[in-house]
Design a protein around this ligand. Structure first.
Ligand code: DGI
Ligand code: FE
Ligand code: FE
Ligand code: FE
Length: 187
């Protein structure tokens, strides 16, 4: 499927405010890809598709994961974690996207993972710092992103973890492992 059709398909999955977020993540991903020497087209494509399933009924997200054999431990964990993996499975099956780097950046954009690729880091961080984001620590994270992808991403995970703790929500173990791995990487 070509870029124009994919853009139309993405817009059809979500309300306008989420489409504005997606455009923000695309623009931040392109900037970060240029800054840190990643493939700009792959970064933009992963960003375009990262929240494809965000507004799907959770049953549909779960079904895509089950049908693709990619449910793993996700169904026992928070539903908020399903939309990235579901989007990766969906665009592979329906749009014929086979680039594993693009698919993984989509799949892991919420949780992160151990040994994140450059593209994983860029899309995950862009999701935190895109121009429309407005949470208390965002400017601090944007500032860190000027120097270090890893330090900025650790700060992003920190803010998510602190938020989850304050809400008495469960923490997905992979997010902790992702954060540990990034700390190891910079030390
Ligand atoms: O889809 P977005 O809103 O752009 O952002 P996202 O995909 O990064 O995060 C979606 C939600 O997932 C966010 O509100 C926080 C939640 N989340 C992120 N990491 C974890 C998590 N929820 C749980 N329970 N555990 C996690 O580790
Ligand atoms: Fe998301
Ligand atoms: Fe995120
Ligand atoms: Fe997002």
């Amino acid at each position: 499927m070509n870029r124009e059709l994919m853009i139309e398909a993405v817009q059809a999955q979500m309300p306008n405010k989420r489409w504005i977020h997606v455009k923000g993540v695309m623009s931040s991903s392109v900037t970060l890809a240029k800054q840190f020497g990643a493939d700009v087209e792959k970064a933009e494509l992963a960003a375009l598709l990262h929240d494809y399933c965000k507004y799907w009924p959770v049953d549909r997200q779960a079904q895509v994961l089950i049908d693709s054999g990619m449910a793993g431990d996700l169904l026992e964990n928070d539903k908020q974690l399903w939309h990235g993996p579901a989007a990766a499975c969906f665009v592979q099956a329906e749009f014929g996207i086979e680039d594993i780097e693009v698919l993984d950046a989509i799949r892991y954009h919420t949780s992160g993972r151990v040994d994140m690729t450059l593209l994983d880091k860029i899309v995950c961080l862009a999701d935190y710092i895109e121009p429309g984001r407005d949470f208390p620590e965002v400017d601090k994270i944007r500032k860190k992103a000027e120097n270090s992808l890893e330090k900025a991403l650790i700060a992003g995970f920190d803010s998510t973890l602190l938020f989850l703790i304050s809400k008495k929500q469960r923490i997905y173990p992979l997010t902790l492992l992702a954060r540990n791995a990034l700390i190891e990487e910079i030390s």
